[in-house]
Design a protein. Sequence first.
Length: 91
Amino acid sequence: MANATMSKLFGGSPLGVIVRLILVSILVGVVLSALGLDPFDIVQSIERLIRSIWDMGFDAIRWVWRYFLLGAVLVIPIWIIVRLVNTPRGK
């Protein structure tokens, strides 16, 4: 009963969830580092990021749009597949 409760709470086995969270945290950390964010001075890093985007002007919109499309090519189909696989089936 305790294992079922833990699995329901975590959304899977606790060890599996922890491993996935660690891997996603590392991936997000790499992305944030590429954006120039520093975890020890997050407010100043975000301010620098916003200022550099503002300084780029409309090139920033093209830059963000390009990366959005690049990511969406993978993320949207994977999301659709996951949603279709996880749909509840009638009895």
